[in-house]
Design a protein around this ligand. Structure first.
Ligand code: PGA
Length: 245
């Protein structure tokens, strides 16, 4: 399996027992399980093949910042990936591109792998694909600002292209449209930021019925799966599809 599948559990599940059950069915190569902080310690013991991911990390390093969790804490716990810039964090928690950029710096300097989420609103998509590319170009310019000067090289930058209107909507993007935008993202990041190793995922209403179409697209390196990653049967099917790609 070459395609990368990232499970994004968001604010779920509510108990450790459920988290363990979900982790067991998700424990395969080329899978990242991004879970709420409270489950990371126990998941570290369960996951043998899948990598451990966090859904957020602090812009701060240490000190008087009540309620925050730093990138270093995550690194020391055995986390490998951190989701950053998810549209829900941008929308509900006021995360600007500037904040995303600072968090990214902390994530990289602690040798964690960022999973940077970008994507446009429905309004922008309605204007057309060129407008989407322009929007994402601006987002990447801000989110990745100065990254090429970072002392530490990003070994493998993961970007998730998630059109906001497709997240949790039950209606995904057209795989060929996403593939075109993802191709653009790869070329742009490669040229502008000199990052050679880049993995770009599609996210937004991926399920067992449409995973085949998305994962068959050459440019799409995998999927960021929200809702469907909480349904054991559904997620198992997605992993089976990914395994054969
Ligand atoms: P969804 O969420 O699969 O439920 O649409 C994707 C995401 O937000 O990462």
């Amino acid at each position: 399996m070459n395609k990368l599948i990232v499970a994004n559990w968001k604010l779920n599940p509510q108990t450790e027992a459920e988290a363990i059950k979900l982790a067991k069915i998700s424990d395969q190569e080329n899978v990242v399980v991004a879970a709420p902080f409270v489950f990371l310690e126990v998941l570290k013991k369960i996951l043998k093949k899948a990598k451990l991911g966090a859904e957020n990390s602090s812009i701060e390093e240490s000190g008087a910042f009540t309620g925050e969790v730093s990138a270093k804490m995550l690194k020391n716990l055995g986390v490998s990936y951190v989701i950053i810039g998810h549209s829900e964090r941008r929308k509900y928690f006021g995360e600007t591109d500037e904040i995303v950029n600072k968090k990214l710096d902390k994530i990289i300097s602690n040798e964690l792998n960022p999973i940077l989420c970008v994507g446009e609103s429905l309004e922008t998509r309605k204007v057309g694909i060129p407008a989407v590319k322009e929007f994402i170009k601006n987002q990447l310019n801000k989110d990745l600002s100065n990254i090429e000067n970072s002392k530490l090289k990003i070994e493998n930058l993961v970007i998730a292209y998630e059109p906001i209107w497709a997240i949790g909507a039950g209606i995904p993007d057209k795989p060929s449209d996403s593939a075109e935008i993802i191709k653009f993202i790869k070329e742009f990041v490669h040229l502008t930021f000199k990052i050679s190793q880049i993995t770009v995922l599609y996210g937004g209403s991926v399920n067992a019925r449409n995973a085949e179409q998305f994962l068959s697209e050459k440019e799409i390196d995998g999927a960021l799966v929200g809702g469907a990653s909480l349904k054991p049967k559904e997620f198992t099917k997605i992993l089976e599809i990914a395994k054969n790609k």
